[in-house]
Design a protein around this ligand. Structure first.
Ligand code: GAL
Length: 813
């Protein structure tokens, strides 16, 4: 008799996407979920009536639509990492969004032919404490919300009736230092494999033990379930992305134990690097006699990474200093709910700035993000934990560390080890154990697990207590010592440490609000202002952190500093330092881009150094200072050119040249004594031969008159989840940005797309992201439109009082 899972074929006909190879079928469980906020006795039961629950699509974040509330997860704590001794009230620490509590998800599994199949249910991440039930029976539990995990559910399935999957999630109060999101926020898949013989999930490991321009050796190690003692024919093929076969082996394996292994040589391989992210597929076909029983395909890249005291960080034989950013997992107004288009936009913005690496701070990445890093050419430090045994937050990972750390690390590494973009594993961030007696023992255990699971990659930890960590033997045992901030301790740490190099695992933590400028312009620690904003002259930071140039001076002057990961590429929800105690601050100020993904001035400072392909010429502040006529308004220019001349209404303010002997003039050009008068500010940049190569002008804007709508792309996929990000700017009648405007706008979308969210980047705004109205913040905001399932045209209409309504036409196919 043919067995099948469930009978409701029609239910899934529109909602599931599935991919089928010869022997395995992958169902993406995207649509058709019921969701309920709060606990329910018996919600796992197949007969439970979820008819009045909401219908949602996964990935889903139950908390992102708000409302913001000061009381949510209010933490009365001293943040030890920030040097605090006395507990105080922290309101926006986890974003003030309702992520705490229980949520239930239910769905009917797709009907499928179950004969001789093994059914694996895979979660890319579930926030958090996931309890998984099939047909009322508990299948398993996985507490860590950031990890991927899977269960074999074959034994729980009814071949002849509907199969109900139910998932209970719970987020505890005081369990996070930032907004973690809530729910099934990453993809869920059902995978059917051959029961008798098949490669299990994450069963193939591809490494490249020999890498050169001339040839590479690719090692493909494949676990085969059900093969023990058998003789099987295995055809291993290496394809390039165009499907061209570049290497092949066809062999009989007799009396297989559990694994088989092939070494395949490739002539003149295309090496993977950020500049040229070449990829290949390793396809393993397994034959039992004449019968093809399984096909497993893994994408990989060919590249060699090493770190040595003599050469520093070396990729494919070339030393380079890492130009990295730390990224939290949330996607701003979309919350934690994973979306490929949003991830791609984030990474593209970082690449355009010249970044070549990210650190997934402080948690395990998603496969979509790693796939994009592979494709776009972005190196990755994949991080695992922010806490070990010793709590940073009362109910954080410390509750699970002893029981789960090894299982979590194993899943992280087995799931992601074939991604060429990953260049290091990180086993922790600023764990308090670094300063304690047992810290070294735990670090060694975790590092050993990484080496056991993946002997090809080095391991790091981001340390903020380097003096203790050196004394107690913690820092010296790491493959790569990572320093978080403490630029004044780099040199002494380098001298005491055996490794011979240091990574800036976390740097800068400079704070700013897009488009906000404070006077007088002075450098300052922990500066706060009555409006809850920080100045964009890029001179403000925290008691433990520093300016971008403090890191650059070390990187430029010390061979042994192998690069950096700036905190952070984007603002994120929660951790509103320096306004941890100020309501309504609810998101960070650290970002190089704001929460909407709009670049702040600092973006151009990093770009002027990191992007070596294109010129950068950027001026700040804006030039709308009514009431400050005659006052001093310093002007800064961020450029890759060594010199520039500034003009106000045609009058030269002098030429400035970068000065290597001055901390603040080494990388920026500053005119500190400019007297404000409305009109035009212009800069002319000169190259090292003294030739004028580029100029830029900015004008005092008049009254808001219209809107400029700039989409990041014109055509979407009609798949119900693709996104376009439209930057909306309020402009005067000549098209100049009105840089102080806070005009409220409303949005509506007609046709083949729908309004998804808006965000203006103001860390103190309590307007919900999913509402179709929002004021601009310093003249700008971003509207996000989602494609529908049917291809066609769509129109975004943006209206504001006293401003000409604007329309933007887009389409999907
Ligand atoms: C670091 C920490 C980050 C973030 C940052 C803010 O110490 O690792 O998670 O809190 O400080 O500056």
């Amino acid at each position: 008799m043919k067995k099948s899972i469930g009978t409701l074929v029609f239910f899934f006909s529109f909602s599931l996407v599935f991919c089928q190879s010869h022997s395995r079928t992958v169902y993406h469980l995207t649509d058709g979920w019921s969701f309920h906020r709060g606990d329910f006795v018996g919600a796992e039961s197949p007969s439970f009536d979820d008819g009045n629950w909401s219908r949602v699509r996964v990935p889903h974040d139950w908390a992102i639509s708000g409302p913001f509330d000061k009381e949510v997860d209010k933490q009365i704590v001293a943040i030890e990492q920030n040097g605090e001794k006395v507990p105080t009230e922290k309101t926006g620490r986890t974003g003030s969004l309702p992520y705490v509590g229980v949520g239930w998800y239910r769905t009917v599994l797709p009907q499928a032919d179950l004969d001789n199949k093994k059914a694996i249910l895979l979660f890319e991440g579930a926030m958090s404490e996931a309890q998984v039930f099939i047909n009322g029976q508990k299948v398993g539990f996985w507490p860590y919300g950031y990890n991927t995990f899977h269960f074999d559910i074959t034994a729980y399935l009814n071949p002849d009736s509907r199969n109900i999957l139910a998932v209970r999630l719970e987020n505890r109060a005081l369990s996070s230092r930032w907004y973690p999101g809530a729910g099934l926020y990453r993809p869920v898949t059902l995978q059917l494999l051959n029961k008798a013989i098949s490669v299990p999930i994450w069963g193939t490991t591809v490494t490249t033990p020999v890498v050169s321009e001339e040839y590479a050796r690719v090692n493909v190690k494949t676990k085969i379930d059900g093969a023990k003692g058998r003789n099987l024919r295995v055809v291993s093929v290496i394809n390039d992305l165009n499907g061209r076969v570049v290497g092949q082996q066809d062999r009989m394996f007799n009396n297989i134990h559990h694994f088989i292994e092939e070494n395949i040589e490739i002539d003149q391989p295309n090496l993977w690097s950020p500049e040229s992210p070449a990829l290949y597929y390793a396809v393993t076909k397994i034959y039992d006699g004449e019968r093809l029983v399984d096909v497993d395909s893994v994408r990989f890249g060919i590249r060699e990474v090493r770190v040595t005291p003599e050469e520093g960080f070396v990729l494919n034989g070339k030393s380079r200093k890492i130009k990295g950013v730390c990224l939290h997992h949330d996607l701003g107004p979309l919350g934690a709910a994973l979306n490929k288009a949003a991830l791609r936009r984030q990474l593209q913005l970082m690449k355009d700035m010249g970044a070549d690496a990210i650190r997934t701070a402080h948690n395990m990445p998603s496969s979509w993000q790693m796939d994009l890093c592979d494709e776009m050419g972005i190196m990755v430090v994949a991080e695992s934990f922010d806490e070990w045994n010793y709590p940073k937050t009362k109910n954080g990972y410390n509750l699970y560390f002893d029981q789960w750390a090894e299982r979590d690390l194993v899943n992280l590494i087995r799931c992601h080890r074939n991604h060429p973009s990953i260049v290091m594993w990180s086993i922790g961030n600023e764990v308090p154990e670094q300063g304690r007696a047992d810290g070294g023992r735990i670090a060694k255990r975790l590092q050993d697990i990484c080496h056991r699971e993946d002997p090809t990659r080095l391991v790091t930890v981001g340390m903020d207590r380097i003096t203790n960590a050196i004394e107690n033997g913690f820092a010296p045992l790491l493959d790569i010592p990572g320093l978080n901030y403490r630029t004044h301790l780099y040199e002494s740490a380098y001298k005491k440490l055996p490794q011979g190099f240091i990574l800036g695992s976390e740097t800068a933590s400079t704070v700013s609000s897009r488009g906000v400028y404070k006077f007088p312009v002075v450098e300052g620690k922990n500066k706060t202002y009555p409006d809850g904003q920080s100045s964009s002259y890029d001179l403000e930071y925290c008691s433990w952190s520093n300016l971008p140039e403090d890191d650059w001076i070390l990187q430029d002057d010390m061979d042994w500093v192998i690069g950096e990961f700036v905190w952070t590429g984007f603002d994120y929800l929660g951790e509103p330092t320096p306004y941890d105690e100020y309501w309504p601050s609810r998101s960070s100020y650290f970002g190089i881009c704001d929460l909407a993904g709009i670049p702040k001035d600092r973006y151009y400072l990093y770009r002027s150094r990191w992007n070596t392909q294109e010129n950068t010429l950027h001026l700040l502040p804006h030039w709308n200072w009514k009431g400050k006529e005659g006052d001093t308004i310093p002007v800064y220019c961020y450029t890759n050119q060594p010199e520039a001349e500034l003009f106000i209404n045609g009058k030269s303010q002098g030429r400035r040249k970068k000065d290597p002997s001055s901390r603040l003039d080494r990388y920026r050009l500053r005119w500190n004594d400019v007297i404000y008068e409305a009109g035009t500010v212009k800069v002319v940049a000169y190259n090292s031969d003294g030739v004028a190569v580029e100029e830029k002008e900015m004008k005092t804007a008049g009254k808001p008159a219209g809107l400029r709508l700039t989409p990041d792309r014109q055509t979407l996929s009609a798949n119900g989840e693709d996104l376009v990000f439209v930057t909306v700017e309020v402009v005067d009648k000549e098209g100049n940005l009105c840089p102080t405007s806070d005009t409220p706008l409303t949005f509506d979308v007609n046709g083949a797309g729908r309004f998804k969210a808006a965000c203006n980047g103001d860390a103190t705004s309590l307007v919900q992201f999913q509402q179709p109205n929002m004021p601009v913040f310093n003249g700008k905001l971003v509207v996000i439109i989602e494609s529908g399932e049917v291809a066609g045209d769509m129109v975004l209409r943006v209206k504001g009082k006293g401003i000409k309504t604007s329309l933007l036409r887009l389409n999907s196919q």
